[in-house]
Design a protein around this ligand. Sequence first.
Ligand SMILES: Cc1ncc(COP(=O)(O)O)c(C=O)c1O
Length: 408
Amino acid sequence: MNQELIRKDFPILHQEINGHPLVYLDSAATSQKPLQVIEAVDSYYRTVNSNVHRGVHTLGSLATDAYEGAREKVRSFINAKSTAEIIFTRGTTEGLNIIAQSYGRSFLKAGDEIVITLMEHHSNLIPWQQVAKVTGATLKYFPLQADGTLSLEDVRNTITEKTRLVSVAQASNVLGTINPVKEIAKIVHDAGAVMVVDGAQSVPHMAVDVQDLDCDFLAFSGHKMLGPTGIGVLYGKRELLEKMEPVHFGGEMIDFVDLYESTWKELPWKFEGGTPIIAGAVGLGAAIDYLNQIGMDTIHRLEQDIVQYSLKKLKEVEGLTIYGPVEHRGGLVTFNLGKIHPHDLSTVLDAEGVAVRAGHHCCQPLMKWLNVAATARASFYIYNTVEDIDRLVDALNKTKEFFSHAIR
Ligand SMILES: Cc1ncc(COP(=O)(O)O)c(C=O)c1O
């Protein structure tokens, strides 16, 4: 794969920040967008823009075709059985909230158990806290091993006959851990419970096949996989979605409305109340085309190479603590440098043109487990090169000089 050609597609990368060529290492927060996606959105607004599923005029039909065509691209990308199982959302957070509000509130009750992990993003934690509060169900956590991975034995021991729902990130946005969600789903199903997968950090970076994983729900965000902000996907097995109530009521999602009663459209539209994110879906469709052209297995391999190179190089930076597993991990590295606060660290890196994330990464319970207030995180995608890692390491060494008193 020719990375120089790929980088040419991303106009934002070709600029200077604080007098240095930009090194963008914050793709776990949001990825950059290739021209193909920018142009698909631009062209949609220039030539097609219209509301969907309503008008019979030409532009209305073209917009509906574009929107529903994007749904088919998503279906094929994650190998869902039917487009009825693909609901467009604003992102992972909204998808997980829909499951919690709809499935969680209706089908869980006092005495039931919901199990998540200690590495969950707040988006896959707070919705379940809320469901537990409202229904009286108990929220439990799978423990983490010292290297930040899950053990299947712990998973088996934590799940009981009371477990009704398990929700796990396929890849951690802090530790880089890739969780064995297929194996977990099997244990969860044997216990008669439902398996939810947070795919925010996995779907953009590896081939994800919902039929192979046999998960019941999967949520992910378009903006982390080259698509626009404001579009995401909730996949759900048809038989579960059929028995769930919508959570957004209004236009587009109804079938028949009377003064005191209404009925809902069929799947997936009953979950898409209001004018949907049409241009966002078109942009996501273009992003999927782009990723497919390179191939998800190639993307995953490339990231594995970058992450292994970065682990090797970062280990040479004296005073640097790296969190998470060494083997079998996603394309990001989270670290602290001596006693330098990650915010100060990232400010100095930014002065060198290197963009990393600093903070608790929406994982406060995990920070507590790591016994730190915050960390810095460098996260990679298809446009990152080994030169980017070298620039990061140089900038870290400069930071060390700058804060030399704080390292000791
Ligand atoms: C693991 C994980 N889950 C959920 C989310 C939330 O995604 P969004 O903000 O796009 O809804 C993120 C975002 O960083 C994440 O990393």
